[in-house]
Design a binder for this molecule. Structure first.
Ligand code: APR
Ligand code: PHB
Length: 397
């Protein structure tokens, strides 16, 4: 298929944000070209998040890719906090008037979105190199890239920067036009994926003197576990046996006794950071997802924030092209950032509460202990956690 030289929205990045935006624009009758640096296989091979808020499930349904999510996704009405050797269930549904989250791997969401885009015959350029964005502060933005040895230039009405934290779009904005906010945490997460049954039907967030751990899953037969690890750790430093042994030491005895282990399908280490770019719009360039912000994964907000940004942006483009209103475009950054900052706060709070900090003072440790003790005793504190965990409402207007 010949590549278009003109389109309405040029989307940079075919991760969850770019693919979901492409589908929502298609549903609104808006043309878009996706330009992706990696191969489709590489994008699909990423092991990332797994907890979906209802607002994200609604966006996927609106994009026409909710079928497998509804058929195979696991509704979760509670999580557990394991503290000082005891598990405490947080009843998300009871505390939020019946709301829940769905466990469904990001890999599956990416697969569903790719399949829908391909079935609709929509253009995606994979393995695009030397991608650059131009004239987005004017009326005729352009994107240049090379593909299979040929240089291409595409003109569009708008550019959507869905190219992640290390992408080209935010980096192409003059430093004087944006402000960034960042906090880097003094530890990482070592993740392991294995085809073993989950240790518990619900997620368990563990605070132990040896460090944080998380028991998650992808299906009734595939588990996902994380261990807080030093920043200089490498996956190769950890044999499967060493991982399982350390996880057992961090779990409460009852849970440790239930743990089923097996060979790792994947092991990787992710750094933890909080990061926000303000604003998220620069003329005809709009940033969405990890291109604009990063959250520590403790609150499972990364994928969900990408989806809410894209819902706001798709709604704004729909109004521009189909209702001749630019109010959504004008307010995109304000609306997206209002939700981003609340999720950043929750993710920072939950990370600060549940992890050991190498250089924490005695006072800071007592503050952690007191906050946890209050959380486990207080229905009001648990309701606040639950409200944020299931996801705050999308203020579309
Ligand atoms: N040109 C084209 N594509 C690029 C470029 C570039 N210069 N730089 C990066 N990309 C692509 C990446 O290869 C990736 O496929 O942009 C995509 C960005 O996808 P993500 O990093 O997944 O970010 P996003 O779509 O915002 O999703 C955020 O998904 O990956 C998780 O942790 C992330 O949960 C968060 C959510
Ligand atoms: C995951 O399953 O990958 C996962 C779940 C919950 C989190 C973070 C990651 O908070």
């Amino acid at each position: 298929m010949p590549l278009p030289t003109r389109t309405q929205v040029i989307i940079i990045g075919a991760g969850p944000a770019g693919l979901l935006l492409g589908q929502l624009l298609h549903k609104a009758g808006i043309e878009a070209l996706i330009v992706e640096r990696q191969s489709a296989a590489h994008v699909l091979g990423r092991i990332r998040a797994g907890v979906i808020e209802q607002t994200t499930a609604d966006a996927l349904t609106a994009a026409g890719v909710g079928e497998r999510l509804h058929a195979e996704g696991l509704p979760h009405e509670g999580i557990a906090l394991s503290v000082a050797g005891r598990r405490h269930r947080i009843d998300l549904a009871a505390l939020t008037g019946g709301r829940h989250v769905t466990v469904y791997g990001q890999t599956e969401i990416t697969r569903d979105l790719m399949a829908a885009r391909s079935a609709a015959g929509l253009p995606t350029v994979h393995e695009a190199h030397d991608v650059s964005v131009h004239d987005f502060d004017g009326a005729a933005p352009r994107v240049r890239f090379t593909h299979e040895g040929t240089t291409h230039e595409v003109r569009g009405d708008f550019i959507a920067g869905c190219d992640g934290f290390h992408g080209v779009c935010r980096a192409s904005v003059p430093a004087t036009a944006l402000r960034t906010f960042e906090k880097v945490y003094p530890f990482g997460w070592l993740g392991l994926l294995a085809d073993v049954p989950p240790v518990s039907p619900e997620l368990i967030y563990v605070r132990s003197p040896r460090g944080f751990a998380l028991c998650s899953m992808r299906s009734p037969t595939r588990s996902r576990y994380y261990l807080q690890c030093p920043l200089d750790s490498q996956p190769g430093h950890w044999s499967d046996d060493a991982f399982w042994a350390e996880l057992r030491l961090r779990l409460d005895p009852d849970t440790a006794a239930q743990l089923r282990t097996g060979p790792a399908l994947e092991k990787s280490i992710a750094p933890l950071r909080s990061f926000v770019t303000e604003p998220m719009r620069f003329g005809r360039l709009f940033l969405a997802g990890d291109a604009a912000h990063i959250v520590p994964p403790t609150g499972a907000k990364g994928l969900n924030l990408a989806a809410s940004d894209v819902s706001f942006l798709a709604h704004a483009f729909d109004a521009h092209y189909n209702a001749h209103s630019d109010e959504g475009l004008a307010r995109y950054s304000e609306r997206a950032l209002a939700r981003v900052w609340k999720a950043e706060r929750f993710s920072w709070w939950f990370t600060s509460l549940m992890h050991g900090f190498p250089d924490a003072t005695g006072f800071a440790e007592r503050m952690q202990d007191a906050e946890l003790a209050w959380l486990l005793e207080s229905p009001a504190a648990q309701a606040a956690l639950a409200e944020n965990y299931v996801g705050l409402p999308l203020e579309m207007h």
